[in-house]
Design a protein around this ligand. Structure first.
Ligand SMILES: [Zn+2]
Length: 220
């Protein structure tokens, strides 16, 4: 949160919420308190948790617009930025877990693409793999805290990223990221940034070529 203040940001045009698990929705209420948020995008539907109910109440109290995202939607964040939604699918099978319903975004700015995979697991990954070579990305946000249940090498074979961002869960101690994932990334010379080691990770995109972006971290 201090990061926003330092950057002089008081208002956010919108926030994308990947899905409704507590660790993903948790920080959002304090964001609503401190910043003027116009709109939220999320996977839609309901979720049975007290945090989700608080979330809906806060949206109502602050008159924040809520919109559900579906595969093939695009989000308009200005002319220069193209954002396509790759998941959840238009018709979500009931067996999809909350993780598999995660919003997945492909962001393009100039010649740089970034892939944000939420916490998708097997089913969500199958949905995303349909996009094949369109998944090509300079950087990729690894799904589900780097856990083994979300490790599918085909994601990397299509996206061929130079950089991977992992957000392991410090407190839960699930042993994430999985050592198999880390050794795969190092065998492919993919640079790794981890929120548990580096704190907030900021990506600045210039877009003149596919690798024309820089990553800044709080601490090293
Ligand atoms: Zn989750």
């Amino acid at each position: 949160m201090n990061g926003y203040k330092k950057l002089g940001i008081r208002k956010l045009d919108g926030i994308v919420i990947s899905h409704f698990h507590d660790e993903n929705l948790g920080g959002i209420l304090s964001v609503f308190k401190k910043l003027d948020v116009q709109k939220v995008w999320d996977p839609g539907g309901e979720y049975d948790s007290s945090l989700f109910r608080e979330y809906l109440e806060a949206l109502k109290a602050k008159k924040i617009q809520r919109k559900a995202l579906r595969a093939e939607d695009t989000i308009d964040w200005g002319n220069e930025l193209f954002i396509e939604v790759l998941n959840p699918p238009k018709f979500q099978p009931s067996f999809f877990s909350q993780n598999d319903r995660s919003v997945v975004l492909l962001l393009k700015y100039g010649l740089v693409s970034g892939l944000f995979l939420g916490d998708i697991e097997k089913n969500g990954i199958e949905e995303v793999l349909r996009f094949g070579n369109d998944l090509s990305a300079g950087f990729i946000k690894i799904p589900n805290h780097g856990s083994i249940s979300s490790l599918d090498y085909r994601l990397f074979q299509f996206s061929l990223p130079s950089t991977a961002i992992i957000s392991p869960e410090k407190e839960c101690g699930f042993g994430n990221p999985d050592p198999k994932l880390l050794s795969y990334l190092s065998s492919k010379s993919i640079k790794v940034f981890r929120t548990d080691e580096s704190g907030t990770i900021k990506i600045r995109i210039f877009g003149n070529n596919q690798q024309d972006f820089e990553i800044n971290v709080d601490q090293r």
